[in-house]
Design a protein around this ligand. Structure first.
Ligand SMILES: Cc1ncc(COP(=O)(O)O)c(C=O)c1O
Length: 370
């Protein structure tokens, strides 16, 4: 990019939709920037001009691996490139032995459907799934995790920021509880990546997933999974593919010899067009700086919360210090109608459960999220 992006006003000109619309829906899909549009055009132009550019395309996939690694404080060898969080988590659980005595998967009630469904699919392999439920105020106290995680637990799945309520969890503490009992910990951080700083060393998680659709400002079809060093060789995914092989160019069909590092959680042909877009989106985030983005988003959230209080709205997202990130959910008895009415006023939001999220949102009496 020629000039720096900055945050707030400095970044607005890169997103044409902001000229006519209040965009409060990054929890669902980040806005399209001129950079991401250009990246797709660059992919098409290269393909058109050179035919297959496989060497370059594979190099772009490695660049994306590196960009995500930098975003979460990891090394590229500790990151898998996948087409979705679902693919990453499926590969991960396929590598868990789930042997008798360690067959329990603990999931928070706030997991994205894909994580819960993949966990329950493991019941076919003998797993037992335990849910950690929130309090009526929308928080999940750590004691709830402590009660659910035991010496039979293989994996604890938590979500950094709930897609359902915007609740921000103390992931580091959940990871500590998991490790105390000999379990591994996955933090699905899709609603956090790009909007709040993520540091895998500080969080001390074993796995961290995110994709590019939301605050990483790109589009569908690209996700990542951090895998802690030391686990790579211990975990053998049975859900795999040729790009996870130790040597993708050997084209050997006589054995299974996965890469020594986190690439063993990759799968088939990388999603090249989405990688171009993802790189452009992540570059915007990198240039603006996640800490600056977080500060700017906090200012916007505080403005929004003050306005909602003035209106007497019911905010579903728990407000305690540290309890929320970029996603705020507002209770509504008619969330779809509210989302439609806001759209008529050029305000993009979406609904979850019974809420609307304007910095993304949804809840039980239905929510509007923003
Ligand atoms: C927390 C969270 N995890 C995962 C996903 C998506 O998973 P996948 O990449 O498998 O579609 C989303 C949103 O789409 C999400 O909000």
């Amino acid at each position: 990019m020629a000039e720096g992006v900055g945050v707030g006003e400095a970044a607005r000109s890169r997103f044409p939709i902001f000229e006519h619309t209040t965009y409060a829906n990054s929890c669902s899909q980040g806005a399209l920037s001129v950079d991401v549009r250009r990246a797709y055009e660059e992919y098409l132009a290269g393909w058109d001009e050179h035919g297959a550019e496989w060497e370059h395309w594979v190099e772009r996939a490695e660049a994306a691996r590196g960009a995500f690694a930098e975003l979460v404080g990891a090394a590229p060898e500790d990151v898998a490139v996948t087409t979705s969080v679902s693919q990453a988590v499926s590969a991960l659980v396929s590598a868990l032995p789930l042997e008798r005595g360690r067959n329990r998967i603990v999931i928070s009630e706030f997991e994205f459907p894909t994580v819960g469904q993949i966990a329950h699919a493991q019941e076919l392999r003998g797993a037992e799934v335990a849910h950690v439920r929130p309090e009526p105020d929308g928080r999940i106290p750590l004691e709830r995790f402590a009660d659910a995680i035991d010496e039979r637990t293989a994996l604890v799945c938590c979500t950094a920021i709930s897609y359902r309520t915007g609740y921000r969890l103390d992931v580091a503490e959940v990871a500590r509880l998991a490790h105390e009992r000999g379990a591994l910990c996955l933090a699905d951080s899709y609603q956090a990546a790009g909007a709040v700083p993520l540091d895998v060393a500080a969080l001390d998680v074993d796995f961290l997933t995110a994709g590019t659709v939301k605050y990483l400002l790109a589009s569908a079809g690209l996700a990542f999974m951090y895998v802690r060093r030391g686990l790579h060789e211990r975990l053998l995914p049975t859900q795999t593919g040729w790009f996870a092989d130790e040597d993708i160019f050997r084209m050997d069909i006589s054995d299974y010899s996965p890469a020594a590092d986190a690439r063993r959680f990759d799968s088939g042909t990388p999603p090249v067009p989405n990688i171009y877009a993802g790189l452009a989106g992540m570059r915007i985030v990198e240039e603006a700086g996640v800490a600056a983005i977080e500060g700017h988003v906090r200012e916007l959230v505080e403005l929004l919360l003050a306005g909602l209080d003035e209106l007497g709205a019911t905010v579903v997202t728990p407000r305690a210090e540290g309890g929320y990130g970029p996603l705020i959910c507002i209770a509504s008895t008619q969330p779809e109608e509210l989302v439609r009415a806001l759209a008529d006023a050029q305000v993009v939001t979406s609904s979850r459960d019974q809420s609307v999220s304007p910095l993304k949102g949804s809840t039980q009496r239905r929510r509007c999220c923003s």
